[in-house]
Design a protein around this ligand. Sequence first.
Ligand SMILES: [Zn+2]
Length: 424
Amino acid sequence: MSAAAMTPDQARAAAERVMARCDELAALSETPDALTRVYLSPEHQRANALTGDWMREAGMTVWQDSVGNICGRYEGATPDASALLLGSHLDTVRDAGRYDGMLGVLTAIETVRHLHQQNRRLPLAVEVVGFGDEEGTRFGITLLGSRGLAGTWPGEWLEKEDEQGTRVVDALRDFGLDPHRLSDAARPLGEIAAYLELHIEQGPCLEQADLALGVVTAINGARRLNCTFTGQAGHAGTVPMGQRRDALAGAAEWMTEIERTTRAAGQDRVATVGALQCKPGAVNVIPGQARLSLDIRGPEEEPLEALLEDLLARAHAIAERRGLTFEADEFYRIAATACDTSLQQHLANAVTDVQGSAPHLPSGAGHDAIAMADHWPVAMLFVRCKGGISHHPAESVTTADVAQAIQAYTQAATDVATHSPRNP
Ligand SMILES: [Zn+2]
């Protein structure tokens, strides 16, 4: 452990503060009976102000950047040192839980608070960011906060509209920001050494392993496709079984193949058919067309691509045998984001110190770390959440788990900011 590691008692007190602050932030909502806090809303403004106060109290200098992220900096041993950046997001989905995102921002503040109380300066500065948008709830585009900080906002984003027809550019002005100065939020590469994010798992793996903490190996890449089997509609009573070209039966056969093949393929890959329509869709007509969606995800690009090719080849084979045609149209693709191995090792050491072992797991959900990974090494620490439930008011973590998380996260952050090979 580092010389001035956090004690379990200190971690417990920090966790109680974090839990209370999650409740305080949960009260900043556009509706009183459900937590909804979207990008560039009055609630976002209030969440930034409150979080900024907590950052200041923890020893940081605080500013709001030009895309609406709230940022704090705790100087390193030398002025202008590169920073280890810690953080997550402060926006939510509609009718959200109170830990997704916020937990990562508030635990990061505790890490700095701990360093500040010991008057300890590290070779790297430590910065904390509360990103203004990760979920994409308001404008349907995600990672606006982290992509602003990474300087990767596409210009056309300014014209995107919310459901009321308010454009991003106008929402920025209403929030008090200058849309012409967006690029000011982009951080020069040398100012940041690495990004560490703590987040709830949003899945059931840690709970099943009976462990509070896990180290993320990668954020899953994904492919989404619209697929169509086309056959021949016909009379359900008159066309003999041997002469049918039933599109839905072909789709059904493929669906069971998808499940069986993906399960056997392993390597944390998952595949889902989430939507299915058939035409004409009548009880007495053989389906002439079946349209279905395919969503596949995995932590590594090559195995993911190999699985996709395998599944599509199986679809074509099924179609050929059944006298159908098959078409697939990919409409969404995001590459897998690998977590930095050295940062993972720092996290694994700290997690092992705190809970005895360090399971590694991929992230099935997207995170701000995806945008940060365009420029900087990233890693993530996952905290068990009850039933794996997230994006729902039943989202739940325990104070004991949060205490372990703060202890491990603070130790890992301190180690990285002390020993990072990128130190100036
Ligand atoms: Zn999140």
